[in-house]
Design a protein around this ligand. Sequence first.
Ligand code: SAM
Length: 463
Amino acid sequence: MGNIVVECIVQTTLCLLTSYSLGVRVSDVQLIWPNKDLTLRASGAREYEWVDPTDRRMREPLKLETIKGPPPNSSSNILAIGDGLDVLEALAAGTTVLEGGIRLVYIDPPFNTQADVHQYDDAMNRSMWLSMMRDRLMALRPLLAEDASVWVHLDDAEVHRARAVMEEIFGEKAFVASVIWQKKTSRDSRAAFSTNHDTILVFAPSGPKKWKTSRNLIAKDTAHLLNKDNDPRGPWSDAPFTAPGYRSAQQYEIVTPTGRVLRPPRGRSWYATEPTYRNLVEDDRIWFPKDGDGSPRLKLFSHQLRGLVPFTVWGTSDTGTNDDAKRHLMAMFPDQEVFGTPKPESLLERVIHIATNPGELVVDIFGGSGTTAAVAHKMRRRWVVAERNTQTVLDFLIPRIEQVISGTDPGGVTEKTSWVGGGSFDFVHVSPRFGKLTGSDRVAAIKRNFSRSLAPSGFSKVS
Ligand SMILES: C[S@@+](CC[C@H](N)C(=O)[O-])C[C@H]1O[C@@H](n2cnc3c(N)ncnc32)[C@H](O)[C@@H]1O
């Protein structure tokens, strides 16, 4: 028993010390795992290697090569083949791409479900998965803009551990919300529970109170607005002309068009003082229902409606399902085996809308089929997306972005964002420091296959 306690103390101390040396913000309660004091670096095209952070090889610069476009700069959109951590380091060290600061990080990493996903490894050893996440989030932290937020999309396999890791990196006070996204509507009758949600952890290093002042509200649905009095300013909604509490300046008599004399209900006041009320009447902003006999109501036109604070539970009618995302990809790539775990564009549209404004930088270092890049582009944000799997980039990401740019993708949020095409992106490659790239993962092969893919016959499978 005593040995176990000593072992725990030694491990915890080691972990605290190394956490400090890795620059992690230490709180008094921590998750520990084997090799936490090492960093997990990409090795070759698919593997990882544990490396001591002081290893001299870590000081060697990473090799960033441009495959398409001019050398990347602070106004480029970037698609990178490479491990997310290597790509961030290479862009930060050798370019101005990240200089303005990242406003939004959305990542949808492998969930570590131990299931067989066709396009990538989703069965990592747990300590590797935790270090993989910790090291990539740590690399993002100093690159964030002041009012940035970091959204990490996971399921129940690792979400509880990931939250502990994010608290270590950004601090407990940076936690904003766990968004529950309903990912499907069909039921699995063989399971103990038919899981139909994912969780998106939202952190803002500035803290939720400060971040709240710069995040966007969700647009109110204006379909319910009516024009009951043919107001030339258009349809409107209405709200009671009262406010809670007793305020003496807001206690006066209002006479309805039918001649009834009204005072505010007990314990309430009118919404505004008498002079303001008179101005509103003059401006035809007060509505008396029941043919002029009801209590006064304030007319609110669409531009005056305050948006809605986002709920933490997001349903399929607003943010789609995994199957919606697959159908969209199948329409774009009818001859291809569909990408295993795409997210719907409507989900990304909501995340990007809440967290950014046009022109700001969105980063995703687990690019997959390119949903983040496509939606950020349609919403006129700048984007940097990294994906490690060469074939995924050539089969899905590039042709998808090309369709967005040429205005030939009518699916997803194209209509909602009034997207008609335009813009560009630079395509780069970052080689890992460790291991070797072979076959179709070599830069020369990627360049060859990329230029072949630009031929009229379109993208071909890399051989
Ligand atoms: C769940 S998928 C992302 C799906 C994406 N959100 C979409 O809508 O298509 C995760 C992706 O991360 C990639 N990936 C895994 N480890 C990576 C790493 N270290 N660096 C960059 N990409 C990685 C995988 O190849 C896979 O394509």
